[in-house]
Design a protein around this ligand. Sequence first.
Ligand code: HEC
Length: 119
Amino acid sequence: MKSPTILLLLSGLFLAGCYYDNEEDLYPSNCNTDSVTYSGDVAPIISTNCLVCHSTAANLGNVRLEGYTALKTYVTNGKLLGAIKHQSGFSAMPQNAPKLSACNIAKIQKWVDDGALDN
Ligand code: HEC
């Protein structure tokens, strides 16, 4: 009677581990978007995922996203959110790479909804 109990316990731990690993993808509501700022959240996401192609120097596709003013242009014309959310009519970004995590997309969306401030 003992070993099935242990097996059950172990599989429970295993499942808990998986749940924890995938928490962000599965449950974006656990994503904290309470106080999203350009400098604290958005700029680092863009820097990590986009500037390899869209820095001022790289300028791939004639798209520059380095610095607040450059990025704001793509907020205003709607292309930033269209591209990262893979909406039709926009080029899906980041190019040739997996979609940004649901949490990172939610943070950028929140920042835009808050007025895309230089904060
Ligand atoms: C590997 C290089 C590469 C990476 C990384 C990359 N892009 Fe791009 N991006 C391009 C190229 C090339 C174009 C122009 C051709 C096209 O639209 O597909 C482009 C176009 C765009 C456009 C214009 C889209 C449109 O529909 O007109 C936006 C906005 C954009 N990128 C945002 C981003 C964002 C935000 C990221 C990071 C999450 C990112 N890109 C990452 C290469 C890249």
